[in-house]
Design a protein around this ligand. Sequence first.
Ligand code: FES
Length: 359
Amino acid sequence: MANRRLAPAAEQPAAFAFSSENAEWAKGQIEKYPEGRQASAVIPLLWKAQEQNGGWLPQKAIEAVADELGMPHIRVLEVATFYTMFALEPVGRFWIQLCGTVPCDSCGARELKDYLHQRLGAPGHVSADGNFSWLEVECLGACCNAPMAQINQDYYEDLTPDLLGALMDDLAAGRPVKIGSQVGRTSSEPKGGADTLTDASLFDGSRVGAWRQRFEDKKAEESSEPSGKAEAASSEQRAATDPKPARPDAGRAVSGQSTDAPAQRAAAGQTPVKSGDQTDAADRTESTVRPGEPTPPPVDTVARAEAAGAEAGTQSDLPRNEPPPQPVASGASEGTDEAKAQPAKKPEPTRAAPKTEGN
Ligand code: FES
């Protein structure tokens, strides 16, 4: 960042006064503003003072401007030290302000800075021949043609270290130089010329118009025949040209015969229910009987009777071709005579929770 201090006392002139011509010009600037608003002319006056003093602002010039505008010296010093357009120390015959803000930095300002360091040394110092001094500054508003630099009052854009070097040589030698873009573009036009609106594809429909044409064709096609008819015709055409083999099972659930259904087991001479399932059903650990309720009869009555008969040397008298008695499940007594004889239990009324303070 720029050094924003006043030049050392040894470099400061003893006095400053506008020339008669510049004093007249300053008067015209001040008159542009209404009574009491003359301070608004501070920047033009500082600029003119810098120009008159060879490109930099001495302390006496700042004070002279403040006196002219009726402002405290410190207020004008604040303005002069804020803007980098005001040089507070002596500058070379050509003062290079190199932009180092992001767009210029992205486009090569660092290489330019390295070049200036190499050719002129540190910023803020006048070269030995008195021709150049340089400073890195913030955006100068020519980002489209980055990287760029301001030399005295002109902009030089699209710079490279080689182009900047050649430019400095020409300036030092007093040769004419080209202001603006150094690669030949006018203003901020695209590199290669202002051909954006001369591109034929913008007007012949080959770029934007192609999409529009496609939508119009589709719309016309849809409106010319009913959609169902068009779809059927298209399916028929597809079937004729690209037949597909029929796959009746495709996408359907498998509905083949189960290999282990009760009817099949009976037909095969086995018990309809597998012995493993019977054992699971007889497992009391998963009973749904609640504590205090009558225990339901055993599940596998036939098996138990047969076991008892085997122990006693007798056969069970339950017929083998009839289904065994079914266990009574919890709640199955509802609707029986015994259940009907019991008076129906009234449901306990729900008590409202007592109200507490603050409810
Ligand atoms: S960033 Fe360099 S001119 Fe704007």
